[in-house]
Write a protein that binds this ligand. Structure first.
Ligand SMILES: *Cc1c(COP(=O)(O)O)cnc(C)c1O
Length: 390
């Protein structure tokens, strides 16, 4: 039985504003006018809920969606989302025919993946009397990140084999893409120049990609069209920013004209008065300085509150913030609220929109020694996703 059946309102809530996502995409579309916006909704839309977030991004004017793997892409298709869709992280035995049949672009990062796509097309054709099937692929090129993507010493063979398969009608190379390190402007420029060389090699090989993209949120905000003049880029892959969060250190959501879409809320489940010197939570890493009131909040590390938030992160209750007292446990943590009045049923906000007076994801992340990306992405499945259009 789900918690929404058990209770009027679940006591762990990730309240997600789909309007905020749509508005963020709308403003980013205006900012990147002339470029195709690929809204990245991988990892359950960075914890915000894949299907609802994808719909919101499309409502805001995104024309493409991006996810990591094929399962994520198929989840969107199964929900009836039929927009253009790209996925780029694959297992060694991924059966690409399920994606090809659903019109999902496959990001290809090796010769082996290219051959696997060709084999999947052959299997589809065997079982399909309706006519020939053509896979849409986008080749991911490693221009310096040394992560995913075709390495430079294999680029020529991948391009020439792709062109051969294209001529045979097996597939079409719809796009070329790469990814940046954000290590420094100089490093990014070097990678952009390397990718420009790779794009030239692709056209020399006879490929005619419609989409060329390298920038994710941080680079898209950092580099103007003039900066990228060596590249014929015409698309940006935007993840974090569509959820209203900033990828740039020292730059807030508000600075970027964005609105954080998620507010993570717990509920006060127990309140007790304790004497001075009371040990609080596992290992007694916190002891009360004087007689005080403790409030128990029903969210823990299983819900994405890192254990590193222990004795560190500030939580908002009734408009005041309190540092977490003692260790974060799997399902709960404690606040020392002093002599303030707090009642069972009160909402404890972990993070939300600072414009509403809540701690930002960024300040919460900093208290935990991590980044906003990791915090929202790890909000656990027990936190009920409640969607609002506020
Ligand atoms: C996750 C991801 C993105 C989106 O990154 P943001 O920084 O969230 O915009 C873009 N491209 C690739 C290849 C990714 O893996």
């Amino acid at each position: 039985m789900t918690s929404e059946v058990l209770e009027q309102r679940p006591f762990r809530r990730a309240v997600v504003s789909t309007s905020a996502i749509a508005e963020n995409v709308r403003s980013l579309r205006a900012r990147f006018a002339g470029q195709t916006v690929i809204a990245v909704v991988k990892a359950n839309a960075y914890g915000h809920g894949a299907v609802a977030s994808a719909r919101a991004a499309l409502a805001g004017g995104a024309t493409w969606l991006g996810v990591a793997d094929l399962n994520e892409a198929i989840e969107l298709r199964s929900a009836g989302i039929d927009s253009s869709l790209l996925c780029w992280v694959h297992g060694p035995n991924t059966a690409f025919e399920y994606g090809i049949a659903k019109n999902i672009d496959i990001g290809v990062s090796s010769l082996a993946q290219l051959e696997a796509v060709a084999a999947a097309v052959a299997r589809l054709r065997l079982g399909n009397e309706a006519g020939p099937v053509t896979a849409m692929i986008q080749i991911k090129c490693d221009s310096g990140l040394s992560r995913n993507g075709v390495p430079s010493d294999q680029i020529t063979s991948v391009f020439s084999r792709a062109r051969e398969l294209e001529r045979a009608g097996v597939l079409r190379v719809r796009g070329l893409f790469s990814h940046l390190s954000n290590a420094s402007e100089a490093d990014d420029r070097e990678a952009i120049a390397a990718f420009a060389g790779i794009v030239k090699m692709a056209t020399d090989a006879g490929l005619e990609p419609d989409l060329i993209h390298i920038a994710a949120s941080a680079a898209a905000l950092s580099y103007s069209a003039e900066d990228l003049v060596v590249l014929p880029v015409n698309a940006v892959r935007l993840g974090l920013v569509i959820y209203g969060l900033s990828p740039l250190e020292g730059v807030t959501s508000a600075d970027l004209g964005l609105r954080p879409a998620m507010c993570l809320e717990g509920t006060v489940l127990n309140v007790k008065r304790v004497p001075a010197g009371a040990g609080v939570s596992y290992d007694y890493t916190y002891r009360t300085a004087g007689e005080t009131t403790l409030a128990l909040v029903g969210l823990g590390y299983a819900d994405g509150i890192p254990r590193a938030a222990s004795n560190s992160a500030q939580i908002s209750v009734r408009g005041r913030t309190y540092r977490i007292a003692g260790r974060v446990a799997m399902d709960q943590f404690v606040l020392d609220v002093g002599d303030d009045t707090v009642d069972v049923g009160d909402t404890a906000v972990i993070f939300g929109d600072p414009n509403d007076g809540y701690p930002s994801v960024e300040s919460f992340a900093e208290a935990c020694g991590t980044i906003n990306y990791e915090i929202v992405t790890r909000v656990g499945p027990r936190a009920y996703r409640e969607y609002t259009t506020e």
